[in-house]
Design a protein around this ligand. Structure first.
Ligand code: ZN
Length: 68
């Protein structure tokens, strides 16, 4: 887990351990990382990005609906 900050914005990331999505490029299980940021207006912004566990180079955003 790591954290960094910009003026007015705090972002924390952590790996999603119960993510079971697969790489759309090669089909191998992917890992996902969730990033939570708080804007200057105090709204919570959550984004999830996934990357392939094989070095095929794929990474991209994934929908939050994969989480239960
Ligand atoms: Zn892949």
């Amino acid at each position: 887990m790591n954290a960094y900050s910009r003026p007015g914005v705090v972002v924390r990331t952590h790996e999603i351990l119960n993510y079971f999505g697969k790489c759309p490029a090669c089909g191998y299980p992917a890992r996902a990382t969730e990033a939570r940021g708080t804007s200057m207006r105090g709204t919570l912004e959550v984004t999830v990005s996934a990357s392939c566990e094989l070095p095929c180079g794929w990474s991209g955003p994934v929908p939050l609906t994969i989480m239960t």
